[in-house]
Design a protein around this ligand. Sequence first.
Ligand code: 13P
Ligand code: SF4
Length: 345
Amino acid sequence: MTTTPAPTPRRRIDLSVASEPSIAAKAIPAEELAALQPTIDAINALKAERNAIVLAHNYMTPDIYHTVADIRGDSLALAQEAARTDADVIVLAGVHFMAETAKITCPDKTVLIPDPAAGCSLASSITGADVRLLRQRYPGVPVVCYVNTTAEVKAEVDICCTSSNALAVVESLDSDRVIFLPDQYLGAWVATQTDKEIIRWHGACEVHERFTGAELRDYRAGYPGIQIIAHPECPPDVLAEADYVGSTAGMINWVKSNRPAKVVMVTECSMSDNVAVEVPDVEMIRPCNLCPHMKRITLEKILHSLRTMTTEVLVDPAVAARARRSVDRMLAVSGAPAPTPAAAR
Ligand code: 13P
Ligand code: SF4
């Protein structure tokens, strides 16, 4: 290993950073927003009372994303912010592995997940025992795990990565061979860009593996000039059709910077809803593959979570300490670009 654990700078969060009402009003029909307003107000009041922040993944529905999220981002940004925040309570509006990652990086804080059943097909595809068997089979080969894994798995590996830094993490390792888990498709994508041999696990995202190259060729034929941008959890025949491949934040930034006339975002479908309102000049073609785990998180559950301080995410301290080394090594490789507070986007 050539990496060292990252320092974790602390930064106070401005708790008043919900999106501008005008964005929420554009993203959510007026009657629906009026009906949601008491819930939104109650959440924002409880955040101030408890010194809490809501970290929201880009796949949250617009009612969460544009009203109560203090930080919105991809997995890397959420992990970075968890490592920085001075808030006492973190509500993770995302899936369980994201909340666990937050707890690993700040064990002294209370981390809440509004629905503990919000899992991930990648995280459930591999165990710590599986990693130990891989190490026996490939002695001395460093192990990289995607953050879409349990704390138990993170504790067994050398370094974590996300979809936005996977290549940089693999390249940072002083070895010609690297074990990459659990996403076979992200591993295959990295393998196309590095000279290192990538030994992959067989996990897959149940949302992204449903896209096909044929479907994207149909979009190209049906919408001349369309730009296709895809998440690297998609299978290789899908990525072969894409004009850009990147993390959820990378895809959002690409659309905001390039302003294509027409685009299809090949990923979970709430993201197009969230971004469309911010780029009204871009026509979004929206295939809808929903992540059933992400969709477990609702405004009502966020309110319940803050009222009752449940469900608290706990990680065995010995496991968390070992997992933290893998997360900190990743953060050191990634540098510490600031995630974007919701109000500034
Ligand atoms: P990102 O890190 O790109 O947000 O991906 C997380 C995820 O679960 C995508 O399915
Ligand atoms: Fe996991 Fe896929 Fe859902 Fe992301 S979209 S949380 S990888 S199941």
